[in-house]
Design a binder for this molecule. Structure first.
Ligand SMILES: NC(=O)c1ccc[n+]([C@@H]2O[C@H](COP(=O)([O-])OP(=O)(O)OC[C@H]3O[C@@H](n4cnc5c(N)ncnc54)[C@H](OP(=O)(O)O)[C@@H]3O)[C@@H](O)[C@H]2O)c1
Length: 329
């Protein structure tokens, strides 16, 4: 008979109230896997989108619905990004040992809102940064992996002027720090309540999207990294210097098409991508954190029972940084 664990689960798509704590089967450890006693999970915008099945980019809907459950969610435990402690290792595992403090990404297994995770040892998992708590470390992989992927893709040189649109989100807040560590001059665009947070993370200039036009007064940038699904493509392209690079992390179909045309017929380069989220990127992030180049972006830590409140804070953006669920024993 399998043993049980506590997890935040959902059995139907809907508002935050569909989330509740229940007892479910603990995942079974197979060979080549590690069993992680989970301590913390970031409540992400993507978790909220999966829960409600509403996406700012509409073309996601059909393929994801087929993959994740047409009438109800096939996997009932959300959560893609975690930090915890290795409790047991399966046959053939050599990268990790019981007692290791780790953080990472669960990939399409999800499950980070549960007390235990069985994950392949070659998954995107690394030992936790020594200078971060489990809660702080859980807020790194989503934002950090995606931001590092896009900032490397941008091929930044010291002194480049980089604009991060949607800089106050999990991905944007890491992009600001990573671009700064690469020597860029960073402008951050988000809502006014995130001004001090973003300047504190190292942004040189802040634009409040409700008030300011970042492209006004002839301002131009070498790189624009755009995490905002509904942003104006032409405004971003017009604000690029000759030879500038536009990167979209949240592209609509029309943006994807215009990216291809802009790259083909102008001297500006546009790209869109899904980040690979590799082990090498995660260990690079850990090294950057330990070296002090990336700091914690945690706003609040809530218990599992308050998962609906955590999702409301993320959805309504009544947060300055990341919201983390503490996964209780
Ligand atoms: N490409 C990839 O590989 C990839 C990977 C993971 C996630 N994603 C997707 O990327 C999206 C963003 O990720 P995230 O976790 O960083 O989201 P997030 O934490 O919600 O951040 C989005 C930020 O953009 C701000 N914002 C909203 N409208 C804006 C505007 N017009 N101008 C400037 N800023 C604006 C939001 O603030 P306010 O709402 O307070 O205004 C918020 O701070 C999600 O939809 C997610 O599904 C893409």
């Amino acid at each position: 008979m399998s043993s049980l664990m506590k997890a935040v689960t959902y059995t139907e798509y809907g508002p935050p109230e569909v989330l509740s704590v229940s007892e479910v089967d603990r995942p079974e450890l197979k060979s080549g896997e590690i069993l992680v006693r989970n301590k913390a999970a970031e409540a992400t915008k993507a978790d909220c989108e999966m829960r409600s099945f509403q996406f700012p980019v509409k073309w996601f809907w059909v393929p994801l619905r087929i993959a994740f459950g047409v009438f109800r969610p096939r996997r009932q435990i959300l959560g893609g990004y975690f930090a915890g402690e290795v409790e047991e290792v399966g046959d053939g595992v050599s990268r990790f040992a019981p007692g290791d403090a780790v953080f990472g990404n669960t990939g399409f297994r999800f499950g980070a809102y549960g007390q235990y995770l069985a994950l392949p040892e070659d998954g995107t998992i690394a030992t936790r940064p020594a200078n971060m708590s489990f809660e702080e470390a859980a807020a790194v992989p989503l934002g950090g992996l995606n931001a590092l992927h896009f900032m490397r893709r941008a091929k930044l040189s010291p002194g480049d002027k980089v604009l991060v649109n949607g800089a106050g989100g999990s991905i944007g807040a890491h992009a600001v720090q990573i671009a700064k560590s690469m020597g860029a001059e960073v402008s951050a665009v988000d809502s006014g309540i995130k001004r001090d947070f973003l300047l504190g993370l190292g942004a040189d200039v802040f634009f409040d999207y409700a008030v300011d036009d970042f492209g006004a007064e002839g301002r131009t940038f070498d790189v624009i990294f755009d995490m905002v699904a509904g942003s104006s493509f032409s405004r971003c392209i017009n604000a690029l210097k000759p030879g500038g690079r536009y990167l979209s992390g949240n592209p609509r179909l029309s943006v994807m098409l215009r990216c291809l045309l802009t790259s083909a017929f102008t001297d500006k380069t546009c790209s869109f991508a899904f980040a690979r989220e590799s082990v090498e990127e995660l260990t690079t992030l850990r090294d950057m954190i330990e070296a002090g180049s990336i700091r914690s972006i945690v706003d609040r830590v809530l218990p599992m029972e308050e998962a609906p409140a955590a999702h409301r804070l993320v959805e309504t953006e009544q947060r300055i940084g990341a919201i983390v669920l503490a996964i209780s024993t």
